[in-house]
Design a protein around this ligand. Structure first.
Ligand code: HEM
Length: 128
């Protein structure tokens, strides 16, 4: 029972699905992001749905299948510059809108993701 969670308030798994599909649609076409992502984003999207579900208070699918997220460590193989962080967040901002996530949840989620995205940076700009 996920009553009272952000996950539930925004529409649960159906909304996470729309959000993640809208997000990777943009990532796959973004000149700063596409080069570091796989060509086939199916598996990436599947994991992101699992992760965002638990991040927003829903079922802990990510941890059930993959263990502790350790997101910063899992991102170390990729050069995440300030430019890529901004690109990731701009794709997410548009995806939240396309998925129909309403206020105040849209801004609250975006704020938490902004914080997490900052934490993921691991490469200064000039090494891009
Ligand atoms: C995986 C890039 C931020 C969650 C990945 C992958 C890349 C990437 C290249 C590997 C894709 C694959 O091989 O399937 C980035 C960039 C970010 C960023 C450039 C900019 C800051 C975030 C944030 C979150 C996140 C803020 C949390 C909401 C994930 C998850 C995975 C992932 C859950 C899958 C990890 C796994 O393989 O188990 N990311 N990411 N990422 N990212 Fe990010």
């Amino acid at each position: 029972n996920y009553e009272g969670t952000v996950y539930d308030a925004i529409g649960g798994s159906a909304t996470i699905h729309l959000l993640v599909e809208a997000f990777y649609e943009r990532v796959g076409k973004h000149p700063d992001l596409a080069p570091i992502f796989p060509d086939d984003l199916t598996e990436t999207a599947r994991k992101q749905k699992q992760f965002l579900s638990q991040f927003l208070g829903g079922p802990a699918y990510y941890t059930e299948e993959h263990g502790h997220p350790m997101l910063r460590a899992r991102h170390l193989p990729f050069e995440i510059t300030p430019t890529r962080k901004d690109a990731w967040l701009s794709c997410m901002r548009e995806a939240l809108e396309e998925a129909g996530v309403e206020e105040p949840y849209r801004s609250a989620i975006f704020e938490r993701l902004t914080y997490t995205a900052h934490h993921m940076m691991n490469t200064p700009e000039d090494r891009k």
